[in-house]
Design a protein around this ligand. Structure first.
Ligand code: HEM
Length: 525
């Protein structure tokens, strides 16, 4: 009897707990069903004819976040086919209007300052990583001045000094790296390219002192800082989570390393280097204020981070593409032998312009693998869309996806084919561009003249006031890296096929899925 009581006591407790759980389950399921019902009803009954069509979705708040996040380019193309060039979808509860094609790129990227705003969206992610008072933690007019300072530093003379630095870094990397010790092997190329990018960028843009620190403390700190850029931080940037604590510690430590280096340079009195740090240390804002040291330090972090992801994913894609097309890889080698001499003398900045195929490799890879698939802007005043009845309201964000026109068959014949020779004017696959870059309208947003890109279906470096100032540097860096790899190695896919690995969209940048293994073999010297 006693035993039965002992058993039935906890059993009845368990049963009543179970019934509470199932009741809660029923309530939650009911709530979900009701919210799905009203969400669907709202989409069917309350269509606003003056707003772009809304992508159908079952769940409120989640909206199309998952289908978009899994493969943004596919999401854009499928919905363009369904709704046209302009449509709205729900991204984490926010109505986000996508406008693809050259007109859409122009509408968003060349939008007026009173209409569109970048910093409101990006600051939560970037300010804890870069630091205060720079880029998106200051008024746009200040960012334009900061971009001008950075751009002015990137002169032809600077590039002339960078090419030998980058070439040497690449050569030394392959000599040092345990992954390239033997005559041939298989390597996860994304890992190598990430390292080569940081060594080459830090040495050329930031000087030897900073570069040397990447062999010691900086690499780990940089990694911790980088974790601040995970997309989840759009929502959890403030949370006292382990990776945010490491991000904040890394930001403070790296900023201090830069500030100490600035002080040392000042104390030494002069520098003959062509790096950006030296230039920023000696620049003055229009209002007469010299750039404070902490801003120089934060701009240095911003430059390194801005360039790192885009250039390292691009160079990885290039190597993967070359491994899938050994014929192009060998054509690149022949191009150097024919145009620079069979002894392949040390590479110079001037040499790069003698290697058109080497240049086209970068262009074509960025056409198919632009690292930034989505550019977001907050809408600040209602924006009528020319030629339509739509007005984009201030409750929406805008999203530009220049990659869509870069893979549109109306501009690029056989758009999915990676074919660098299409950039030869007489190629049957040559792009059908609306106008040439030279004919484009030029505009100065405060950081020098840039082409508006209003008619261009190919904008891997963006357009408008937020356009990339690192384009030329990235080209010099990437062309040098490719030329040096081609000199030293033959590449092919591990299975000898011409397949190329898929894209990882889990981070903010479109990079190759890992491990991105390729087979390499050293050339006979
Ligand atoms: C902006 C692409 C390399 C520094 C941008 C934007 C794009 C872009 C699309 C516009 C973002 C927007 O409108 O919101 C690329 C690609 C690169 C590359 C494809 C390499 C293949 C670099 C490098 C640097 C750099 C190497 C630094 C040396 C910047 C800066 C901005 C920018 C400072 C301005 C951000 C703004 O005004 O809001 N880049 N970038 N980029 N990029 Fe790059």
């Amino acid at each position: 009897m006693g035993l039965i009581q002992e058993i039935s006591g906890p059993l009845s407790q368990q049963l009543s707990q179970l019934s509470i759980v199932s009741q809660v389950g029923v309530v939650v399921a009911g709530f979900l069903l009701v919210s799905v019902f009203f969400n669907v009803l709202q989409q069917i009954l309350f269509k606003n004819p003056n707003e772009p069509p809304l992508v159908f979705h079952w769940f409120p708040v989640i909206g199309s976040t998952i289908t978009y996040g899994m493969d943004p380019p596919r999401f854009f193309k499928e919905n363009r086919d369904k709704y046209g060039d302009i449509f709205t979808f729900v991204l984490l509860g926010k109505k986000t209007t996508v406008y693809v094609g050259p007109a859409g790129n122009d509408f968003i990227l060349n939008g007026k300052l009173k209409d569109v705003n970048a910093e409101e969206i990006y600051t939560v992610l970037t300010t804890p990583v870069f630091g205060k008072d720079v880029v998106y933690d200051c008024p746009n007019s200040k960012l334009m001045e900061q971009k001008k300072f950075m751009k002015i530093a990137l002169t032809t003379q600077a590039f002339q000094s960078y090419v030998p630095i980058i070439a040497d870094e690449v050569t030394n990397y392959f000599k040092r790296s345990p992954d390239f010790k033997s005559k041939s092997g298989v390597v996860n190329i994304s890992k190598s390219m990430a390292q080569i990018t940081i060594f080459t960028a830090s040495h050329s843009l930031q000087g030897a002192e900073i570069r040397n620190k990447f062999d010691e403390s900086l690499a780990d700190l940089y990694h911790d800082l980088d974790m601040g850029f995970s997309p989840v931080n759009f929502m959890l940037h403030w949370a006292p989570l382990p990776w945010n604590k490491r991000r904040d510690h890394a930001q403070q430590t790296i900023a201090k390393i830069y500030m100490d280096t600035i002080k040392e340079r000042r104390a030494a009195g002069k520098s003959d280097s062509q790096d950006i740090m030296w230039h920023l240390m000696n620049s003055t804002y229009k209002n007469g204020v010299k750039i404070p040291d902490h801003e120089v330090a934060h701009m240095m972090i911003a430059l390194l981070m801005a360039g790192q992801h885009s250039s390292s994913s691009t160079s990885s894609w290039i190597m993967l593409r070359l491994a899938s097309r050994p014929d192009i890889h060998e054509a690149l080698y022949r191009e150097q032998v024919e145009n620079l001499g069979a002894d392949l003398p040390p590479l110079t900045y001037e040499d790069l312009s003698k290697l058109p195929l080497n240049q086209a490799i970068i262009k074509e890879t960025l056409r198919l693998h632009a690292p930034i698939h989505s550019i977001l802007r907050a809408v600040k005043s209602p924006m009528p869309v020319p030629g339509t009845k739509y007005v984009v309201p201030t409750s929406h964000n805008l999203l530009a996806a220049a990659g869509v026109s870069a893979t549109d068959p109306s501009y690029f014949p056989e758009p999915d084919l990676w074919e660098p020779t299409r950039w030869n004017k007489d190629s049957p696959l040559a792009p059908r561009l609306v106008s040439s870059v030279e004919d484009e309208e030029k505009i100065d947003y405060g950081y020098g003249l840039v082409s508006k890109g209003a008619n261009s279906p190919y904008l891997p470096f963006g357009a408008g006031r937020h356009r990339c100032i690192g384009e030329q540097f990235a080209n010099v860096q990437l062309q040098t890296i490719v030329a040096m790899v081609v000199r030293q190695f033959k590449l092919r896919n591990v299975d000898g096929s011409n397949k190329v690995i898929g894209t990882d969209y889990a981070s903010l940048f479109s990079r190759p899925l890992e491990p991105a293994n390729i087979f390499w073999e050293k050339r006979e010297q």
